[in-house]
Design a protein around this ligand. Structure first.
Ligand code: SF4
Length: 327
């Protein structure tokens, strides 16, 4: 399915599903109850919540030792996704690798970032993936209200002085519609971009955006999709996976966030973080010192590419990641 096909008929969708935030508020209030005031607010984003749910100790270790976002692999991912966004702004003509390269260099320069030297093959790979996005976007309805980099913020456990005890943050790659709680009939969708292959479980990604839009807007989005530039099958449009949005998926997403909130609240209050060994021990910064690492290291290896998507480590996407309120 192309992005254009996926977005077809969005304007005819039913009214959005109202979000019941009671469980979320309850979990946030519980999470902050033993945390010293100076350590609040607890700030959490997608990556940190995933890490907390998989292994609390690893989440803490990663917060202290973030992955190297300057590696070539991360850089390629970041540039592909920037190229996709810039395509929507009309900054370069589709199918012109030189213009794309120049546009990306200028964009980085405008942000005060110096791009390292990349050889021609790397630029070709970026251009190939960016062109797949452009083809997949194709003739998407120009009347849709398209935004890039929408920042979603959900303050919770707000005290009598208006200070939040918990702040959840997320940035969408592409949004249709913005904070439209007052207009529940307007189309609302989120498209997450991956510069690499389709994740082994796209629903994991989708659930986060289903949750964040629901909690920020007060209503669930109509659609959440995940587009990957380089799926295993060599598809000229990339690969788009649609994840159903319904009461069950929103409840699952909320439960995951609530679990992470309880864990991070416990850690911030001084509890020892739990060790949950898994295949992810192989990439854990604490694997040399963690007593449980040998259990995870003995498990079957997953494909290392699954989690190495540039946007996951874009500085824009890592705001509010601190476990102790110091991010
Ligand atoms: S080595 Fe494994 S169990 Fe230990 S902190 Fe890292 S991910 Fe968790």
């Amino acid at each position: 399915m192309t992005i254009s096909e996926w977005l077809r008929g969005l304007g005819d969708e039913r009214e959005r599903l109202p979000y019941d935030a009671a469980e979320l508020h309850e979990a946030a209030a519980f999470a902050v109850r033993g945390v010293p005031r100076e350590r609040l607010p607890l700030r959490l984003s997608k990556h940190r919540i995933e890490a907390l749910n998989s292994c609390p100790r690893r989440a803490l270790a990663e917060a202290a030792n973030p992955p190297d976002a300057s590696s070539e692999l991360f850089l390629i991912g970041r540039l592909v996704e920037r190229a996709a966004r810039m395509h929507l702004w009309g900054r370069y003509p589709t199918g012109d690798p030189d213009a794309l390269r120049q546009a990306l260099i200028e964009h980085s320069s405008a942000r005060g970032e110096e791009l390292p030297e990349l050889d021609d093959m790397v630029w070709e790979s970026i251009a190939l993936r960016a062109d797949r996005f452009a083809r997949s976007w194709g003739d998407t309805n120009p009347d849709l209200d398209v935004h890039v980099g929408e920042r979603l913020v959900v303050p919770l456990a707000v005290d009598a002085h208006g200070r939040a005890g918990v702040v959840l943050t997320g940035i969408t790659d592409i949004s249709i519609g913005t904070h439209v709680a007052a207009h529940p009939h307007q189309p609302r969708a989120v498209l997450e971009l991956k510069s690499g292959r389709t994740p082994w479980n796209p629903l994991n990604e989708s659930l986060w955006y289903q949750f964040m839009v629901s909690a920020a807007d007060g209503c669930a989005p109509h659609r959440v999709g995940l587009w990957a530039a380089a799926p295993d099958t060599n598809h000229q449009f990339g690969d788009l996976v649609d994840s159903p949005v319904n009461a069950g998926s929103i409840a699952t997403a909320t439960r995951r966030v609530c679990e992470a909130l309880i864990v991070v609240g416990g850690i911030a209050a001084g509890e020892k973080p739990e060790e949950r060994p898994s295949v992810l021990c192989r990439r854990c910064p604490d694997r040399q010192v963690c007593p449980s690492a040998h259990v995870g290291m003995a498990q079957v290896r997953v494909d290392a590419d699954d989690h190495l998507d540039g946007w996951d480590d874009d500085p824009d996407d890592l705001d509010g990641d601190g476990l102790d309120g110091t991010a």
